[in-house]
Design a protein around this ligand. Structure first.
Ligand code: SF4
Length: 279
Protein backbone atom coordinates (compact mmCIF):
# COMPACT_ATOMS: atom_id res chain seq x y z
CA UNK A 1 0.00 0.00 0.00
CA UNK A 2 1.29 3.44 -0.88
CA UNK A 3 2.35 5.56 2.09
CA UNK A 4 1.21 9.17 2.48
CA UNK A 5 4.76 10.36 1.71
CA UNK A 6 4.81 8.23 -1.48
CA UNK A 7 1.47 9.63 -2.54
CA UNK A 8 2.79 13.13 -1.91
CA UNK A 9 5.93 12.40 -3.95
CA UNK A 10 3.78 11.11 -6.81
CA UNK A 11 1.68 14.26 -6.66
CA UNK A 12 4.83 16.35 -6.83
CA UNK A 13 6.38 14.42 -9.72
CA UNK A 14 3.11 14.89 -11.63
CA UNK A 15 3.30 18.59 -10.90
CA UNK A 16 6.90 18.80 -12.19
CA UNK A 17 5.61 17.73 -15.59
CA UNK A 18 3.26 20.69 -15.48
CA UNK A 19 6.06 23.29 -15.19
CA UNK A 20 5.62 24.20 -18.85
CA UNK A 21 1.98 25.10 -18.20
CA UNK A 22 1.45 28.89 -18.13
CA UNK A 23 2.01 30.14 -14.53
CA UNK A 24 -1.51 31.51 -14.13
CA UNK A 25 -3.23 28.34 -15.35
CA UNK A 26 -0.92 26.23 -13.20
CA UNK A 27 -1.63 28.38 -10.18
CA UNK A 28 -5.35 28.00 -10.72
CA UNK A 29 -4.95 24.23 -10.91
CA UNK A 30 -3.00 24.26 -7.69
CA UNK A 31 -5.24 26.52 -5.69
CA UNK A 32 -8.51 24.97 -6.79
CA UNK A 33 -7.47 21.43 -5.98
CA UNK A 34 -8.28 20.61 -2.36
CA UNK A 35 -6.10 17.52 -2.34
CA UNK A 36 -3.16 19.44 -3.74
CA UNK A 37 -3.58 22.37 -1.37
CA UNK A 38 -3.51 20.07 1.63
CA UNK A 39 -0.68 17.86 0.36
CA UNK A 40 2.51 18.08 2.39
CA UNK A 41 5.37 18.98 0.04
CA UNK A 42 8.04 16.29 -0.41
CA UNK A 43 11.27 16.54 1.55
CA UNK A 44 13.13 13.65 -0.09
CA UNK A 45 16.37 14.78 -1.68
CA UNK A 46 15.22 14.90 -5.31
CA UNK A 47 11.93 16.44 -4.23
CA UNK A 48 13.71 18.99 -2.07
CA UNK A 49 15.81 20.32 -4.94
CA UNK A 50 12.77 20.54 -7.19
CA UNK A 51 10.79 22.25 -4.46
CA UNK A 52 13.66 24.75 -4.01
CA UNK A 53 13.53 25.44 -7.74
CA UNK A 54 9.82 26.18 -7.58
CA UNK A 55 10.24 28.33 -4.46
CA UNK A 56 12.94 30.25 -6.34
CA UNK A 57 10.59 30.67 -9.31
CA UNK A 58 7.77 32.07 -7.19
CA UNK A 59 9.87 34.33 -4.98
CA UNK A 60 11.57 35.69 -8.12
CA UNK A 61 8.11 36.66 -9.35
CA UNK A 62 7.30 38.29 -6.00
CA UNK A 63 10.63 40.08 -5.80
CA UNK A 64 12.03 40.48 -9.31
CA UNK A 65 14.78 42.94 -8.32
CA UNK A 66 15.32 42.51 -4.58
CA UNK A 67 17.30 45.21 -2.83
CA UNK A 68 19.07 45.65 0.46
CA UNK A 69 17.03 48.06 2.58
CA UNK A 70 20.07 49.70 4.14
CA UNK A 71 20.96 53.02 2.50
CA UNK A 72 24.56 53.26 1.29
CA UNK A 73 26.66 54.91 -1.41
CA UNK A 74 29.73 52.66 -1.38
CA UNK A 75 31.20 49.52 0.18
CA UNK A 76 32.53 51.39 3.22
CA UNK A 77 29.10 52.81 4.05
CA UNK A 78 27.42 49.43 3.58
CA UNK A 79 29.99 47.77 5.82
CA UNK A 80 29.38 50.32 8.58
CA UNK A 81 25.59 50.19 8.15
CA UNK A 82 25.58 46.39 8.29
CA UNK A 83 27.62 46.33 11.50
CA UNK A 84 25.20 48.87 13.00
CA UNK A 85 22.17 46.80 11.91
CA UNK A 86 22.90 43.92 14.32
CA UNK A 87 19.98 43.64 16.79
CA UNK A 88 18.48 46.78 15.25
CA UNK A 89 16.23 47.62 12.31
CA UNK A 90 17.29 48.87 8.90
CA UNK A 91 14.93 51.80 9.41
CA UNK A 92 16.77 52.85 12.57
CA UNK A 93 20.17 52.40 10.93
CA UNK A 94 19.04 54.52 7.96
CA UNK A 95 18.18 57.31 10.43
CA UNK A 96 21.45 57.10 12.35
CA UNK A 97 24.06 56.24 9.69
CA UNK A 98 23.88 59.50 7.65
CA UNK A 99 25.27 61.40 10.64
CA UNK A 100 28.10 58.85 10.94
CA UNK A 101 28.94 59.33 7.26
CA UNK A 102 28.60 63.12 7.50
CA UNK A 103 31.09 63.33 10.35
CA UNK A 104 33.41 60.51 9.26
CA UNK A 105 32.93 60.02 5.50
CA UNK A 106 35.99 57.81 4.90
CA UNK A 107 37.76 54.91 6.64
CA UNK A 108 40.60 57.34 7.41
CA UNK A 109 38.24 59.77 9.17
CA UNK A 110 36.43 57.06 11.14
CA UNK A 111 39.73 55.41 12.10
CA UNK A 112 40.75 58.65 13.83
CA UNK A 113 37.40 59.31 15.55
CA UNK A 114 37.09 59.34 19.33
CA UNK A 115 35.28 56.32 20.77
CA UNK A 116 32.93 58.45 22.91
CA UNK A 117 31.91 60.62 19.96
CA UNK A 118 31.08 57.61 17.80
CA UNK A 119 29.17 56.01 20.68
CA UNK A 120 27.02 59.12 21.04
CA UNK A 121 26.13 59.11 17.34
CA UNK A 122 25.29 55.38 17.07
CA UNK A 123 23.61 55.07 20.47
CA UNK A 124 20.06 54.63 19.16
CA UNK A 125 20.99 51.43 17.26
CA UNK A 126 21.66 49.60 20.55
CA UNK A 127 24.82 47.84 21.76
CA UNK A 128 26.42 51.16 20.92
CA UNK A 129 29.73 50.70 22.74
CA UNK A 130 30.56 47.48 20.90
CA UNK A 131 29.28 48.83 17.59
CA UNK A 132 31.26 52.06 17.90
CA UNK A 133 34.37 50.04 18.68
CA UNK A 134 33.74 47.65 15.78
CA UNK A 135 33.27 50.32 13.13
CA UNK A 136 36.27 52.33 14.39
CA UNK A 137 38.61 49.34 14.55
CA UNK A 138 37.33 47.98 11.21
CA UNK A 139 38.10 51.39 9.70
CA UNK A 140 41.58 51.32 11.28
CA UNK A 141 42.24 47.86 9.82
CA UNK A 142 41.05 49.02 6.39
CA UNK A 143 43.47 51.95 6.53
CA UNK A 144 46.42 50.00 7.92
CA UNK A 145 46.09 46.74 5.99
CA UNK A 146 44.14 47.60 2.86
CA UNK A 147 45.31 51.12 1.96
CA UNK A 148 41.95 52.63 2.82
CA UNK A 149 39.91 50.36 0.49
CA UNK A 150 37.30 47.91 1.74
CA UNK A 151 38.70 44.48 0.76
CA UNK A 152 36.77 42.41 -1.75
CA UNK A 153 37.40 38.86 -0.60
CA UNK A 154 35.61 36.84 2.06
CA UNK A 155 38.93 35.89 3.70
CA UNK A 156 40.03 39.50 4.12
CA UNK A 157 36.64 40.83 5.18
CA UNK A 158 36.09 38.34 7.98
CA UNK A 159 39.49 39.35 9.37
CA UNK A 160 38.11 42.85 10.05
CA UNK A 161 36.88 43.51 13.62
CA UNK A 162 33.12 43.04 13.99
CA UNK A 163 32.77 41.38 10.58
CA UNK A 164 31.50 37.81 10.31
CA UNK A 165 30.40 35.85 7.26
CA UNK A 166 26.93 37.44 7.16
CA UNK A 167 28.28 41.00 6.99
CA UNK A 168 30.94 39.97 4.47
CA UNK A 169 28.30 38.37 2.23
CA UNK A 170 26.18 41.54 2.40
CA UNK A 171 29.10 43.79 1.44
CA UNK A 172 30.47 41.54 -1.32
CA UNK A 173 27.09 40.67 -2.80
CA UNK A 174 25.27 43.97 -2.45
CA UNK A 175 28.01 46.59 -2.88
CA UNK A 176 30.21 44.73 -5.37
CA UNK A 177 27.97 41.95 -6.80
CA UNK A 178 30.66 39.41 -5.94
CA UNK A 179 29.11 36.01 -5.28
CA UNK A 180 30.66 34.16 -2.37
CA UNK A 181 27.65 32.76 -0.53
CA UNK A 182 24.13 33.47 0.67
CA UNK A 183 23.51 36.05 3.37
CA UNK A 184 21.86 34.29 6.31
CA UNK A 185 20.36 36.48 9.02
CA UNK A 186 17.58 35.68 11.46
CA UNK A 187 14.85 36.09 8.79
CA UNK A 188 16.60 33.87 6.24
CA UNK A 189 17.24 31.16 8.83
CA UNK A 190 13.63 31.16 10.01
CA UNK A 191 12.17 31.05 6.48
CA UNK A 192 14.59 28.29 5.40
CA UNK A 193 13.57 26.14 8.38
CA UNK A 194 9.83 26.75 7.93
CA UNK A 195 10.17 25.80 4.28
CA UNK A 196 12.12 22.74 5.46
CA UNK A 197 15.00 23.59 3.16
CA UNK A 198 17.14 22.79 6.19
CA UNK A 199 16.77 21.90 9.85
CA UNK A 200 20.02 23.62 10.83
CA UNK A 201 20.09 26.46 13.37
CA UNK A 202 23.70 27.49 12.84
CA UNK A 203 23.80 30.27 10.18
CA UNK A 204 26.89 28.85 8.48
CA UNK A 205 25.21 25.44 8.12
CA UNK A 206 21.99 27.06 6.91
CA UNK A 207 24.05 28.92 4.31
CA UNK A 208 25.74 25.70 3.16
CA UNK A 209 22.36 23.98 2.82
CA UNK A 210 20.93 26.86 0.78
CA UNK A 211 24.02 27.07 -1.42
CA UNK A 212 23.52 23.40 -2.31
CA UNK A 213 19.88 24.01 -3.27
CA UNK A 214 20.01 27.24 -5.28
CA UNK A 215 22.08 27.99 -8.40
CA UNK A 216 25.23 30.00 -7.74
CA UNK A 217 24.14 32.83 -10.03
CA UNK A 218 21.05 33.27 -7.82
CA UNK A 219 22.80 33.26 -4.44
CA UNK A 220 22.90 37.04 -3.92
CA UNK A 221 19.27 37.64 -4.88
CA UNK A 222 18.09 34.50 -3.06
CA UNK A 223 19.51 35.87 0.18
CA UNK A 224 17.68 39.17 -0.35
CA UNK A 225 14.45 37.40 -1.33
CA UNK A 226 14.35 35.07 1.66
CA UNK A 227 15.17 37.99 3.96
CA UNK A 228 12.43 40.23 2.53
CA UNK A 229 9.96 37.35 2.51
CA UNK A 230 10.73 36.79 6.20
CA UNK A 231 10.49 40.48 7.00
CA UNK A 232 7.15 41.15 5.27
CA UNK A 233 5.27 37.84 4.87
CA UNK A 234 6.78 34.95 6.81
CA UNK A 235 7.29 37.05 9.92
CA UNK A 236 8.41 35.66 13.25
CA UNK A 237 5.19 36.52 15.08
CA UNK A 238 2.40 36.22 12.51
CA UNK A 239 3.26 34.63 9.19
CA UNK A 240 0.73 35.54 6.50
CA UNK A 241 0.43 32.01 5.08
CA UNK A 242 -2.90 32.64 3.32
CA UNK A 243 -1.25 35.28 1.12
CA UNK A 244 2.13 33.61 0.79
CA UNK A 245 3.14 32.83 -2.83
CA UNK A 246 5.00 29.66 -1.80
CA UNK A 247 2.19 28.33 0.40
CA UNK A 248 1.66 25.11 -1.60
CA UNK A 249 5.39 24.36 -1.39
CA UNK A 250 5.68 24.93 2.35
CA UNK A 251 5.35 22.12 4.93
CA UNK A 252 4.73 24.73 7.65
CA UNK A 253 1.81 26.52 5.97
CA UNK A 254 -0.70 27.35 8.70
CA UNK A 255 -3.55 28.39 6.40
CA UNK A 256 -4.89 27.50 2.99
CA UNK A 257 -3.76 29.76 0.16
CA UNK A 258 -6.11 32.50 -1.01
CA UNK A 259 -6.18 32.90 -4.78
CA UNK A 260 -3.63 31.84 -7.38
CA UNK A 261 0.04 32.18 -6.50
CA UNK A 262 0.84 34.87 -9.10
CA UNK A 263 -1.69 37.12 -7.35
CA UNK A 264 -0.08 36.38 -4.00
CA UNK A 265 3.33 37.09 -5.55
CA UNK A 266 2.03 40.42 -6.83
CA UNK A 267 0.69 41.23 -3.37
CA UNK A 268 4.10 40.43 -1.82
CA UNK A 269 5.84 42.59 -4.45
CA UNK A 270 3.66 45.58 -3.50
CA UNK A 271 4.16 44.93 0.21
CA UNK A 272 7.94 44.74 -0.11
CA UNK A 273 8.16 47.79 -2.38
CA UNK A 274 6.13 49.84 0.08
CA UNK A 275 8.21 48.45 2.97
CA UNK A 276 5.17 46.93 4.61
CA UNK A 277 2.75 49.84 4.06
CA UNK A 278 0.68 48.37 1.17
CA UNK A 279 -1.89 45.61 1.64
S1 SF4 B 1 3.37 29.31 3.95
FE1 SF4 B 1 3.54 30.42 5.88
S2 SF4 B 1 5.22 29.41 6.99
FE2 SF4 B 1 5.39 28.80 4.84
S3 SF4 B 1 6.81 30.27 3.90
FE3 SF4 B 1 4.75 31.03 3.56
S4 SF4 B 1 4.35 32.45 5.27
FE4 SF4 B 1 6.11 31.14 5.84
Amino acid sequence: MATKRNRDDQRDSRSIGREDVAPKARALQETTSRSRASAKPPTAKGGLKERARRIHERLSEAEPAPKCELDFRNGFELLVATILSAQSTDRMVNQVAPEVFRRWPTPQALAGAAQEEVEAVVKRTGFFRNKAKSIRTAAQAIVEKHRGEVPRTMEELIELPGVARKTANVVLGTAYRITTGITVDTHVGRVARRLELTQEEDPTKVEQALMALFPREAWIDTGHRLLLHGRYVCTARASDCAHCPVNELCPSAAAKPEGPWPERAERERRRVESRGEAE
